[in-house]
Design a binder for this molecule. Sequence first.
Ligand code: ATP
Ligand code: MG
Length: 360
Amino acid sequence: MSIIRRLNISAVRNILQLDIEPSAAINILYGENGSGKTSVLESIHLLASGRSFRTAKLDPLINSENEEAVIFAELGDGNQIGLSKSRRQNHQLKYRSEKQRNWENVARELPVQILDANSFLLLEGGPKSRRQFLDWGVFHVEQSFVANWRRTKKSIANRNLLLKNRNPDFSQIAAWDSELCQSANEVDAARNNYFKLFLPLFIDVYRSMDGADAELLEIGYERGWDEDKDIEEVLRENREIDARYGATQNGPHRADLTFGIRRNKAVEILSRGQQKILVSAMKIAQGVLLSQALHRNCIFLVDDLPAELDRENRAAVFRQLAELGGQIFVSCVELPAILDCLSNSPNVTTFHVERGTITV
Ligand SMILES: Nc1ncnc2c1ncn2[C@@H]1O[C@H](COP(=O)(O)OP(=O)(O)OP(=O)(O)O)[C@@H](O)[C@H]1O
Ligand SMILES: [Mg+2]
């Protein structure tokens, strides 16, 4: 079970020094606007995945009066993860006292999911966020996925370089095609297998949350090229078009998840609150899949969920999250509004956040 037993944050945004021992179940961080609640969730997300869910660059995260931000966590199994990021140097990540070149080991050990205001982007935004959502799950379930996805991206990048030439050398491009086809088929197979596992779980969760139009919702996986053709054929047929665009137009880098209701895109039918329920159900379903397939719980970070959800829907989200049995960090301004939705969950620990510190 992946849980954070102790969390120490130094010089992240307005947090100068914070040390907490979270419970293995529900942790609520409450306090005024700007007190530092989201910064705690952001620190956990950064430590576990290498990315903030608020900024692309990490510099804005370092406290303005300090040179270096440090985040440290002790996990349920006693292992430790430490991350430091200074303004002048690249980050340093350590796991089990060993320096890590990337986040692969840590992300496997500490799967995190975020539910926040930007979660809408999953339905509303471009395919990239949906691919990232899908690949988060595939990464955890299929060990070979990372290597195949890296090979795919490398082949596409090299192929695109050649395509950008004024007179592209198609024999050189064909050489990258064979490499690309191999890894593209592996990536597609892994995504497709994952999607087949994910779909029934998602439908279960969405229905039990009383998701809008649950019976009518159609969700599909598109692999990024014609379903009736081999990738070899598609790449060959589209060489001229690719050369015109100077970029590969078909392949697993164009994969997407589709959501439809009565031949319309779900995003054009559902209200904001209903979309939030759908996205919450998707993320929770990934949590269910992870615990079924790997017997591993993911940590849920829930930032300001009350926005746009009525009491019943908030309760439904928390009921599902609590049923997962993993560790949850929730931020909110008004504590009673959240406690009200958690009436059936006995294991709730609260932390009052004030000006970047925890006060009891
Ligand atoms: N690099 C930085 N150095 C110092 N302070 C910062 C830095 N970046 C952000 N801040 C401040 O840190 C505070 C923490 O913001 P955070 O988003 O965590 O608050 P919050 O408790 O989630 O508030 P809200 O309820 O409005 O969502 C803000 O007051 C912000 O102005
Ligand atoms: Mg916040």
